[in-house]
Structures are given as structure tokens and as C-alpha cells.
Design a protein around this ligand. Structure first.
Ligand SMILES: [Zn+2]
Length: 116
């Protein structure tokens, strides 16, 4: 069983809408998607291509909880302090993040492809 952190924060993937989440996304822990967008916005404009707040999207990550919480800052999660994980660890097969990654740095989806 995975340790579940007691937190009111939810995991959001924040990304540039024009390019999609495949081109780069950061992980934001916040209370609402609006707040997550706002917090991720400055980061997105600094690193990527979005120039307007409306260009930034935030989607709630549902398919990998509670695992995704292990990626966050445990202290801040417990304190309900919103924060950004700029570069979450990515899968070495598909270079994506958001799915649980095993000890071999392979995500659940690639695991089934590689080992089935
Ligand atoms: Zn993968």
C-alpha cells in the first residue's frame, strides 16, 4: 500500500494550450484549477511559448492518484501549501510523466508494452 498524504491540495498538469501537454508541462499542487493555472502561468511564460493567461491550461490528474502525491513536496503537501514541480521525473521510454513510474523508470503504460 502506498502512503497517502493528508492534504487538501490537488494535482494539476499545467501546460501551454497551443502546444499541448506533450510539449512540456509542469506539475502544480493547488486547491482549484484556476489557482493552479495562475501559479503555473509565470513559469509557463518564462520557459515556453504562452503569452497570455488564457493560453495556459490546467487539467486535474486523476488517473495516477495517490501515486502522483509522492512526486510532490511532502512537507508542503501536509501544510496545504501550493507549489510547483517544474520537472517531474519522466518515463525513460515515452519521456512523459503523470503515470506511476516504477523502479526501472518506466511508467505503467510502457511497462505493459515492454513486458507483456
Ligand atoms: Zn512511459
Amino acid at each position: 500500500m502506498m502512503n497517502t498524504v493528508e492534504t487538501k491540495l490537488k494535482p494539476y498538469m499545467v501546460y501551454d494550450r497551443h502546444w499541448g501537454s506533450e510539449e512540456g508541462a509542469c506539475l502544480v499542487f493547488h486547491f482549484t484549477s484556476r489557482q493552479a493555472r495562475y501559479l503555473g502561468f509565470r513559469l509557463v511564460t518564462r520557459h515556453w511559448y504562452a503569452h497570455d493567461y488564457i493560453d495556459v491550461g490546467a487539467s486535474l490528474i486523476k488517473n495516477s492518484t495517490p501515486w502522483i502525491y509522492t512526486v510532490g513536496n511532502q512537507e508542503k503537501l501536509k501544510a496545504n501549501e501550493p507549489h510547483v514541480i517544474e520537472s517531474p521525473d519522466t518515463c525513460r521510454e515515452c519521456y512523459m510523466w503523470g503515470n506511476p513510474i516504477d523502479d526501472n523508470d518506466v511508467c505503467e503504460e510502457c511497462e505493459t508494452v515492454v513486458y507483456d
